[in-house]
Write a protein that binds this ligand. Structure first.
Ligand SMILES: Cc1cc2nc3c(=O)[nH]c(=O)nc-3n(C[C@H](O)[C@H](O)[C@H](O)COP(=O)(O)OP(=O)(O)OC[C@H]3O[C@@H](n4cnc5c(N)ncnc54)[C@H](O)[C@@H]3O)c2cc1C
Length: 409
């Protein structure tokens, strides 16, 4: 792993060493062992962006419109992920989760989630009342809740490294510290000019997450969407307050927004996180409020879709910004779910940035979006449950590659 670039000519280069790129990589070699495949990653480690900055939840498939790719890939993805973890001795826990309605106005939406989850085949999904909720989560308060015992937790960085090991063992090559800066064609070959030298290949799979639209543009394929980065900020419950949360406690989400609302998550390392919110980041890798990348911010502000999106969602957007700036408001939202949580229980936590694709009309793409051009496959939208679904998404991309790239075993 992490070799110096040589001039080899690869059949396929995968740009991006996150969980989707690595899942695609190991499954490509599993199905087509004779291929020469390389993963090209700009950082000095794998999985440091979305894959290493998420909530670590193994989603069970409740939220997604039946028939959508999210519903399909999540349903198949959970089983494959859990099997992979068993085979590779990666710790995970099926701890279960509750989605809590705190007033009457949320009951209709909770019913819709129950119907969706049932249609998606989520195992063991049940509506429970306040008494049963108190048995599952003694400090949560609500008038009704949806209980999903199959939801779990895992460390996705660890999963991504295990995918990388499988790929490495099958003869795949990973180049770290190699940012793709430019892509050109020379006869049949595609040349990736990277910060550590050129790599030549026949076909490309673009799994560049927060930069996937930029990579598509480098290939002369003006992407139909633009990535708008949304930061998700977390607080952590202090060690002495962790008992307030046993498993995962979620609110009923706003159906107009593709994010799930601030929630409590006990992660696989035993810490309890509260968040994430969703605020516009002023840099694609803007993990801190103060981080501004003028060029990237300008490209968001000059994108027509951004303004249409803002006009449609200004109220939600303002609310999110307000909550980001005010710990008091963040706490108030958390107290709707767990009234006992107090300011003294919270410590500042980390943050992740979501690569949210937005189209020119300002619609936030809800479903996964995988776009094909001649000789290339671009993963343009892989939001949550992308990590849960990573094996299914990788398998799907391998199927597309077999046709688009004319692969034979
Ligand atoms: C806050 C947050 C919470 C989430 N919670 C969950 C959850 O609980 N459960 C779940 O299933 N999913 C969750 N998700 C979604 C999940 O994390 C993503 O779906 C998944 O990580 C996407 O993986 P990826 O490989 O596409 O992207 P990434 O992990 O971002 O990987 C992309 C890689 O491409 C590299 N790259 C970019 N540009 C270049 C370039 N020019 N040259 C070379 N390399 C490049 C980057 O350095 C990066 O390593 C969450 C996401 C966020 C942000």
């Amino acid at each position: 792993m992490g070799r110096a670039i040589n001039t080899s000519n690869y059949d396929i280069c995968i740009i991006g060493g996150g969980i989707i790129g690595l899942s695609t990589a190991f499954q490509l070699l599993q199905r087509f062992p004779r291929l020469r495949v390389a993963v090209v990653e700009k950082e000095d480690r794998l999985a440091v962006h979305q894959t290493g900055h998420n909530s670590g939840v193994i989603h069970s498939g409740i939220y997604y419109r039946p028939g959508s790719q999210k519903a399909q890939f999540c349903a198949g993805g959970v089983d494959s992920l859990v099997r992979f973890c068993d085979e590779n001795e990666i710790p995970y826990e099926r701890c279960g989760k509750v989605i809590v309605a705190t007033d009457e106005s949320e009951l209709g939406r909770l019913d819709t989630l129950y119907e969706r989850g049932t249609a998606n085949g989520v195992p063991g999904l049940r509506m429970i009342g306040p008494e049963e909720l108190a048995e599952v989560e003694p400090y949560a308060r609500g008038i009704r809740a949806l209980h999903s015992p199959a939801t779990g937790i895992v460390d996705y960085t660890r999963v991504a490294y295990a995918y990388a090991s499988r790929f490495d063992e099958s003869g795949g090559v990973i180049y770290l510290d190699s940012r793709v800066l430019n892509i050109t064609s020379r006869g049949d070959a595609t040349i990736l000019s990277t910060s550590s030298g050129d790599v030549s290949c026949r076909n490309v799979v673009n799994c560049a997450g927060l930069y996937s639209d930029r990579v598509a543009q480098m290939m002369g394929a003006p992407s139909p969407v633009q990535i708008v980065p949304f930061r998700g900020e977390y607080y952590t419950l202090k060690d002495e307050s962790r008992d307030l949360v046993r498993t995962l406690i979620y609110p009923v989400p706003n159906p107009r927004f593709p994010f799930l609302g601030v929630h409590f998550t006990r992660n696989i390392h035993g810490h309890v996180e509260a968040g994430p919110n969703a605020v516009l980041a002023y840099a694609r890798e803007g993990y801190r409020k103060s981080r501004i990348n003028p060029g990237e911010l300008a490209s968001t502000l000059t994108f027509r879709g951004f303004w249409s999106m803002s006009r449609r969602n200004w109220k939600i957007g303002l609310g999110e910004m307000h909550r980001s700036l005010s710990r008091r408001i963040f706490l108030k939202d958390l107290q709707r779910l767990v009234p006992a949580v107090q300011n003294k229980d919270l410590a500042p936590g980390g943050a992740g940035v979501r690569a949210q694709a937005v189209d020119r009309n300002g619609a936030l793409l809800d479903d996964f979006n995988i776009w094909q051009t001649a000789g290339a496959i671009h993963v343009l939208n892989a939001p949550s449950p992308g990590a849960t679904s990573s094996i299914s998404i990788g398998q799907h991309i391998v199927g597309l590659a077999a046709e688009n790239f004319g692969l034979d075993g």
